[in-house]
Design a protein around this ligand. Structure first.
Ligand code: ASP
Ligand code: MG
Length: 424
C-alpha cells in the first residue's frame, strides 16, 4: 500500500485533475491512500475571506464568490452539462460558509480561520472523488477531520497520536480488505479535527504531514509527493539556472535541507517516515515516468552536490550589553528568552566578546516586541533587506558563484554547511 499526496498545483485546473486520474490509473499500486490539497491558490483566497470578515469588510463575500466560480468553471470543464450532483454539493458547501459569514466573527481568529479555510480541502476532495467515481475508479472519500485528532490548538495541528492511529486503522483497513481490484481511499490534506468535531488545520503546506501520518499509521510501503518539479533539486529553479536533480538523499539530509529553509517538503513530514523507515519519493506529476528523488534510511553515499537555499528579506541584528560585560551564559539566556517570547526564529547566529548577532526574517511587529524586551540592557543595531544563503556540501566555487558582486556581512561555516548574510 502506498500513500500519494497531490498538492494544490496538481489540481489547479480540469486538465490537471484529469492528469491526476491518469497517474492513479497508470502509476498507482492496487491499494493507495490519496491525500489532496485545496485546488490551486484556494487556501490563499480563503485566508483573504477570513481577513476581510474580521475587518467587517463585505468584500469577504466577493472573495468567496470568486473562489466558488473558480471551482464551478473547473466542474464545467470536467463534467458535461450541469446535471451531476457534484455541482449542487459544491454550491451547498459554499452556501454554508456564506451563511456562516453573515454572523459576526468570534474573538478567536484562529478558530474561525480553521472553520472557514478547511473548505478548500473539503471541496477539492469532493470534486476529485466524484470525478474518479464517474471515470469508473473504486474510490472511497474519508473525512480527515474524523481521522486525524488534534488538540483544540487552532492552526497548530498538535496531533493526538493514539486516537489518530485508532481512527485511521479502524476506517481504512476494512475498506482495503473488502475491495477487489484497484482501490483508492481519498482524504483531505491539511485538516484535522477536535474531539468535539471542529475542523483544525495543520499549518500551511501541511498536507505533506497528513500523508506522513497516514503512511506511518498504515505502514505504507512508500509515500509519494507528486510535485511540479522532477524531484528534489539542489536549488530553486526559479532562482538558479543550472539546477540538478538529487536522485537519492537520506532522511537526515532532507531534515537538514528543510531546517535551513528548503520548501520542497513540509518540515514535519520526515520524522514519522523515518521512525518506521518508510521511503519517501518526490516525483513529477508532469513527467510521471521519471524516477524522481528517493529519500530513505541509509543513503550509501551522502550526496556531495552543493545545495543552495535562499531566504530573502532578512534582518541582521546585534545586541551589545550596555554595561560592556562579555557575552556569556547570563546575558545569552536573557537574549534567547526574548527571542522565544517574541516568537522569532533565529536562522543563523554568531557572537563575539561583547556582541551577539542573529539573522532573522523581517517582521516589524515581532522585532518591535523583541527590541522592547531587550533595549533596557542592550544597545541594538541592525541591517535590513538582506539575503541569507545556505550552501550544504559547499565548495569554494559554489561560494564564489553566489557572492558575485555582493558584500558578505556575516558568515558561519562548518565542514558541510556554510551560511552567508549578503547585501546586494
Ligand atoms: N492547502 C494548504 C496550503 O496551501 C495545505 C497544503 O497545500 O499542503 O497551505
Ligand atoms: Mg498548497
Amino acid at each position: 500500500m502506498d500513500v500519494f499526496k497531490f498538492g494544490g498545483a496538481s489540481v489547479k485546473s480540469a486538465e490537471a485533475i484529469q492528469n491526476v486520474a491518469f497517474i492513479l490509473k497508470n502509476h498507482a499500486p492496487d491499494r493507495v491512500v490519496v491525500v489532496l490539497s485545496a485546488m490551486g491558490k484556494t487556501t490563499n483566497a480563503l485566508e483573504e475571506v477570513v481577513t476581510a470578515w474580521y475587518k467587517n469588510d463585505p468584500q469577504c463575500f466577493d472573495h468567496l464568490e470568486k473562489n466558488k466560480n473558480f471551482h464551478l468553471e473547473i466542474l464545467d470543464q470536467l463534467f458535461p452539462g450541469r446535471s451531476q450532483r457534484v455541482f449542487q454539493k459544491v454550491e451547498d458547501r459554499f452556501e454554508q460558509v456564506k451563511q456562516y459569514l453573515s454572523q459576526k466573527p468570534s474573538q478567536n481568529f484562529d478558530f474561525e480561520y480553521d472553520q472557514i479555510v478547511s473548505l478548500g480541502e473539503f471541496i477539492s476532495t469532493l470534486i476529485l472523488s466524484e470525478y474518479l467515481l464517474w471515470q469508473g475508479f473504486d474510490c472511497s472519500l474519508l473525512d480527515a477531520t474524523k481521522l486525524i485528532f488534534t488538540e483544540p490548538a487552532w492552526r497548530e495541528g498538535k496531533v493526538i497520536w493514539a486516537e489518530t492511529e485508532k481512527a485511521i486503522l479502524h476506517a481504512v483497513k476494512p475498506v482495503f480488505a473488502e475491495a477487489q481490484g484497484k482501490k483508492i481511499v481519498l482524504t483531505q490534506g491539511f485538516l484535522g479535527g477536535t474531539e468535539n468535531g471542529f475542523p483544525t488545520t495543520l499549518g500551511r503546506e501541511g498536507s505533506d504531514y497528513t500523508a506522513a501520518i497516514f503512511s506511518y499509521v498504515l505502514d505504507a510501503e512508500e509515500m509519494v509527493l507528486w510535485k511540479d518539479v522532477p524531484g528534489v533539486l539542489n536549488a530553486d529553479p526559479k532562482l538558479f539556472a543550472d539546477t540538478v536533480l538529487l536522485p537519492e538523499i537520506s532522511y537526515r539530509e532532507a531534515i537538514e535541507l528543510t531546517y535551513y529553509g528548503a520548501t520542497i517538503i513540509h518540515p514535519k513530514t520526515i520524522k514519522p517516515l523515518q521512525n518506521k523507515q518508510i521511503p519517501l519519493r518526490v516525483r513529477s506529476f508532469l513527467q510521471p515516468e521519471g524516477a524522481g528523488t528517493l529519500i530513505a534510511g541509509q543513503s550509501e553515499v551522502e550526496t556531495q552536490t552543493p545545495s543552495f537555499i535562499v531566504k530573502e528579506n532578512q534582518l541582521l541584528v546585534s545586541f551589545s550589553p550596555k554595561d560592556f560585560s562579555f557575552i556569556a551564559e547570563q546575558n545569552l539566556s536573557e537574549i534567547f528568552a526574548a527571542f522565544a517570547q517574541s516568537g522569532i526564529r533565529i536562522h543563523m547566529m554568531q557572537n563575539s566578546a561583547i556582541s551577539f548577532t542573529a539573522c532573522i526574517s523581517q517582521n516589524d511587529k515581532k522585532t518591535e516586541h523583541l527590541f522592547e524586551l531587550l533595549e533596557a540592557n542592550f544597545s541594538i543595531k541592525y541591517n535590513s533587506d538582506l539575503q541569507l544563503i545556505t550552501i550544504r556540501h559547499w565548495t569554494p566555487e559554489a561560494i564564489e558563484s553566489v557572492i558575485g558582486g555582493k558584500t558578505v556581512l556575516s558568515e558561519t561555516r562548518n565542514r558541510t554547511t556554510v551560511q552567508m548574510v549578503l547585501k546586494k
